[in-house]
Design a protein around this ligand. Sequence first.
Ligand code: GDP
Ligand code: MG
Length: 201
Amino acid sequence: MYTLLSGLYKYMFQKDEYCILILGLDNAGKTTFLEQSKTRFNKNYKGMSLSKITTTVGLNIGTVDVGKARLMFWDLGGQEELQSLWDKYYAECHGVIYVIDSTDEERLSESKRAFEKMVTSEALDGVPILVLANKQDVQTCLSIPDIKTAFSDCTSKIGRRDCLTQACSALTGQGVREGIEWMVKCVVRNVHRPPRQRDIT
Ligand SMILES: Nc1nc2c(ncn2[C@@H]2O[C@H](COP(=O)(O)OP(=O)(O)O)[C@@H](O)[C@H]2O)c(=O)[nH]1
Ligand SMILES: [Mg+2]
């Protein structure tokens, strides 16, 4: 009886946990996105003022519950010297959110290089990637087709994994829910797939 009840309790209340990395150049809006997500999904979370967010040195961690899934976000610093630390986290993660600053045309190629390096990493093979074209609230920003064109030679490296480019404003919240719900769908589905090579070794 106890087993039955505890099984039922677990079924009803226990959440499956997934680690999601938030990557992208510094100033792309990663921490703002994390705070916006916590505010949107966690009922009692009193978010910090989004305009008070300062540069991340090291790592911010945040948890968001979506249905039966618990996403643990790791928001890593994006400065060049910190990018070398990204791959230390790859083996642990179930999904990646890659944030692009759509208002920064000058650094778009730098962002593409960092994306390319990330996406070709073996440890991320098969991991779903959500690309957020952020800051779409700014009128003069690059459009989704502009960004897709700039990143077009990455397509073959993305391979057959799930990948979505989502227009988003971490500041206003536009596109945040859609992006996260897509990610949840992917990671939940992936868990039922055979383990990736890196999980076996
Ligand atoms: N207009 C606008 N500004 C944003 C948006 N997201 C972030 N920012 C601003 O961009 C700057 C960098 O944001 P932050 O979250 O610290 O970037 P991070 O370095 O990637 O963590 C801050 O001044 C934010 O207010 C957005 O969607 N729209
Ligand atoms: Mg930050």
